[in-house]
Design a protein around this ligand. Structure first.
Ligand code: XUL
Length: 539
């Protein structure tokens, strides 16, 4: 049995990647898109409608329905589940699932004749799950930070200051607004540990990688922090699962999956982790020096870190790496959907969007957009607003270039705290297939940019984690270098080199962009003089 299954329960879809570790082969790659296949749950792009734009919840039953559908699809495609040695997964980070006292019994005695969603619905103490796109907990963040000694104290302790989407502030809001439901909650899972629990038929632990995204775990000690728990909600310790290493074993697969889908009863369930820690492995970032930019629903900028180096500006995060080390991450909420909004606003196809990028010039003639179409995480913007400097709304190519340059500039500016000299960037996610975007990335970051063969780095990382942990459990541990070799490799021919002239120009452009950001968000000076200076460098 050398097959390993990696799943990725993400915002908009559930994906699977099956690998054969001995043959170094990706056997299969399949996804269930929630919009297309599960419209009956009423979500748009994985989010339930809400009158408050800062609230973003999803339906955990939709994730379960997707799981049943995905496994059925895979079986129809001829996947021999009986040959799968272990399963691990990746979950959208920070999202939480609230279960009542019936959950343990329900997980243990799932009937293979009924769907997961139907059987686990009565075990939910809260029908919806707040996810990472939620930014409605500013008050709770302030309260928690005040109780613990300020944002830096929280960051020192947990790896991040309080962020609205992090699980701790979300739990505090739930306790404050819905105390009866909080009282009836006996276990609070992350998306990752919830899905692992379903597979294992018992409450699974939260791994250190994803646990770091809660504002509840002591990042160095890797234990629940008593100070953070106290500041968040009463009786929280008893409601949290245990914490575990990412490469431990949850247990054997639940009989539900053996009987209904044909898995071997020996299949191991490995703790699921967050999508970012999984992607770290999925792109082979197991040593320092390189970073990955993932262009997905959110854009993320992340890299491996041997020691927890915390952002003093409170901008980024330190999570656990599945290798047992650390990783740094910065999340930009206005990612794919924002590029798409600009594309749609001008009635363009993606091809025309790229053409507009090719036709316009680096630096955009000093035209700048701050594209906060939705609230932004980095820099923190709670009220969505699009700012334009020297840029007319009707200027199609100008707006297209401005949105991409803004995204790349924000990454360059807000990643300085990591102290990483970036020479190589690995680009992943849907938009990484767009070379016009990668050219801007290479020039703004002054780095070689490579694409990846496998777009789904989180699912691949999960499959690789499954192989690593299962081999370790069998006393046959394989070093990480060997695990990722041949799977998590950039495509050599995809290299986009920075252009010397453009790099010089973007160095100046970053100053202009920063001046616009300071003006819009921090009451800084009018950026017109900065724009004049930038225009002079163009001439
Ligand atoms: C990371 C974050 C996002 C989600 C996306 O902090 O919020 O990248 O993990 O699923």
């Amino acid at each position: 049995m050398s097959l390993y299954l990696g799943l990725d329960s993400s915002t908009q879809s559930l994906s699977a990647i099956l690998i054969d570790i001995e043959k170094r082969q990706l056997v299969l790659d399949h996804s269930i898109n929630f919009n297309e296949r599960l419209p009956e749950f009423g979500c748009t792009n994985g989010v339930l409608p809400n009158a408050d734009p800062t609230v973003a919840h999803s339906d955990p039953l939709m994730w379960l329905a997707a799981l049943g559908m995905l496994l059925d699809d895979l079986r129809k495609k001829g996947v021999a589940f009986s040959q799968v040695a272990a399963i691990a997964g990746s979950g959208q980070q920070h999202g939480s699932v609230y279960l009542n006292a019936k959950a343990a019994g329900a997980l243990k005695s799932l009937s293979p004749r009924k769907s997961l969603a139907r059987q686990l619905k009565p075990a939910l103490s809260r029908p919806t799950s707040p996810i990472w796109m939620d930014s409605s907990t500013k008050q709770q963040c302030d309260e928690i930070e005040a109780a613990v000694g300020g944002p830096s104290a929280v960051a020192e302790l947990t790896g991040s200051s309080c962020f609205e989407r992090f699980t701790g502030p979300q739990i505090r809001k739930f306790w404050q607004k819905e105390p009866a439901r909080y009282t009836s909650t006996s276990k609070i899972h992350l998306v990752s540990s919830f899905m692992a629990s379903v597979f294992a038929g018992k409450h699974a632990a939260i791994d250190h990688g994803d646990g770091a995204g809660m504002n509840l775990m002591d990042i160095r000690g890797r234990v629940w922090s008593p100070a953070m728990l106290r500041a968040t909600a009463p009786g929280l310790r008893a409601r949290l699962p245990a914490l575990a290493r990412s490469d431990s074993v949850v247990g054997r697969i639940s009989p539900y999956f053996v009987e209904r889908h044909g898995f071997s009863p020996k299949t191991l369930v490995i703790p699921w982790s967050g999508d970012n820690p999984c992607s770290l492995i999925g792109v082979g970032l197991i040593r320092s020096g390189r970073v990955c930019i993932s262009l997905g629903t959110s854009d993320t900028y992340f890299g491996f870190m041997p020691e927890p180096h915390i952002s003093r500006e409170g901008e980024g995060h330190v999570f656990g790496s599945p290798t047992g080390d650390y990783m740094s991450l910065i999340c930009f909420l206005n990612g794919s959907l924002t590029r798409e909004k600009v594309k749609d606003a001008y009635g363009l196809s993606w091809e025309q969007f790229s053409e507009a990028l090719r036709q316009s010039k680096p630096g955009n003639g000093g035209k700048v957009m701050l594209p906060y179409f939705t609230p932004e995480i980095t820099p923190k913007v709670l009220q969505p607003k699009v700012y334009r400097y020297g840029l007319e709304e009707g200027d199609v190519a100008g707006n297209v270039r401005a949105v991409v340059e803004a995204q790349m500039a924000a990454m360059a500016i807000h990643s300085k705290w990591m102290g990483v000299k970036t020479r190589t960037v690995y680009a992943t996610g849907g938009a990484s297939s767009n070379r016009a975007i990668l050219e801007i990335m290479a020039n703004v970051h002054n780095a070689d940019v490579y694409q990846f063969q496998v777009g789904k780095s989180a699912a691949l990382g999960a499959a690789l984690r499954a192989a690593h942990a299962a081999l370790k459990a069998a006393g046959d541990e394989m070093p990480w270098e060997k695990i990722v070799a041949g799977f998590a490799e950039p495509i050599a021919e995809s290299r986009v080199r920075p252009d010397r002239e453009a790099v010089k120009l973007y160095r100046e452009f970053l100053k202009l962009y920063k001046a616009c950001e300071d003006h819009a968000l921090r009451g800084g000076k009018d950026p017109a003089p900065a724009r004049e200076r930038f225009l002079k460098t163009l001439s």
